[in-house]
Design a protein around this ligand. Structure first.
Ligand code: AKB
Length: 314
């Protein structure tokens, strides 16, 4: 990767990926693009306003900067998607197809994240294998499976260098996620630091989660991996930790004993969570490009509490 375009750069993953990639590849070589203007993203490198559904402007930017690698991070997440399935399809698939087409025309490699949300139906919930029948129950999942299939199609049919991982819920402390089923595992740390009682929308369900530094490293390691070694592309299971709400609550209580959590179940989020894997088997990612997580629930909790405390929230 030499000239990198991050589309959807203002979101939870994008806002940290921009800083991470600028640190590795140089500020001028990482172009951040988002629907909304952002002084922060423009501070140490190029920023462009872009609606990813506008294929002409998308292509113009790729041409203008001589881009050779694209990260397409545009997404309406699982819980929001269920409120407006048509909009979720329009945005998720519109951004994907424009990214694939521009990558084909300008010979770019393309990363588009898939998700644990791509799973659904009848499949092994524990140690979910890389290759199983995927029948997601959400429009978000339908978009993710479509994305995996279309990205494979562009690779085999046109030779586009498409790569992807199935992300767990990402836990981070720079930009809040929005509209996801796994968001509770970020919000709980903010409540704990603010001294508030946390109201948890899901109960007694395991979901895969990952701390942002592992997620950032995974994207770069996969994009820099030797293509000859990749038998899978779209998309790799990756895992680092899996826990229930009670387990993350207990981990925080070890550090803040007075912290309280109660449940107020959101039926949509609960049923989405139950339709997803308990824990992914990520053997293929480990074997084909050397994936290895560095963070677990305990080390992440120490770091999250430190980082959220440093924000001096009221
Ligand atoms: C969501 O909860 O929708 C996302 C995801 C797991 O893809 N965080």
């Amino acid at each position: 990767m030499k000239k990198i375009l991050i589309v959807g750069a203002g979101g939870q993953i994008g806002s940290e990926l921009v800083t991470y990639l600028r640190g590795i590849y140089g500020g001028a070589n990482v172009i951040a693009a988002d629907l909304k203007p952002s002084e922060k993203l423009a501070a140490d490198g190029p920023f462009e306003q872009l609606d990813a559904l506008d294929s002409e402007r998308y292509a113009l930017l790729v041409h203008k900067y001589g881009v050779d690698a694209i990260f397409n991070l545009v997404a309406l997440l699982s819980a929001t998607g269920e409120k407006n399935p048509t909009l979720a399809w329009k945005i998720n698939i519109g951004a994907l197809t424009n990214s694939l087409e521009v990558a084909r025309q300008y010979n770019c490699s393309l990363f588009t994240p898939s998700s644990i949300g791509a799973f659904g139906g009848d499949f092994p919930r524990d140690n979910t294998p890389q290759d199983v029948v995927m029948q997601p129950d959400t429009v978000y999942g339908v978009c993710k499976v479509t994305g995996e299939l279309l990205s494979n199609y562009y690779h085999t049919r046109f030779g586009v260098d498409t790569r992807s991982v199935r992300f767990p819920g990402i836990i981070s402390n720079v930009t809040l996620p929005g509209g996801g089923t796994t968001d509770y595992a970020v919000e709980i740390y903010y409540s704990a630091v603010k001294g508030e009682r946390f109201v948890c929308p899901v109960r007694d369900v395991y979901m895969d989660m990952m701390y942002m530094p592992d997620a950032l490293r995974a994207m770069v390691e996969l994009m820099e991996a030797d293509p000859v070694k990749l038998r899978h592309r779209n998309s790799f299971n990756i895992a680092s930790m899996s826990f229930t709400p009670d387990m993350i609550y207990e981990e925080i209580r070890k550090r803040i004993p007075e912290f309280e959590m109660v449940y107020n179940i959101d039926l949509v989020k609960q049923s989405i969570a139950e339709s997803w894997p308990n824990k992914l088997d990520d053997t293929c990612a480990r074997e084909e490009w050397g994936w290895k997580p560095q963070w677990d629930l305990s080390s992440m909790t120490d770091d999250m509490l430190r980082a959220v405390r440093a924000k001096n929230l009221a």
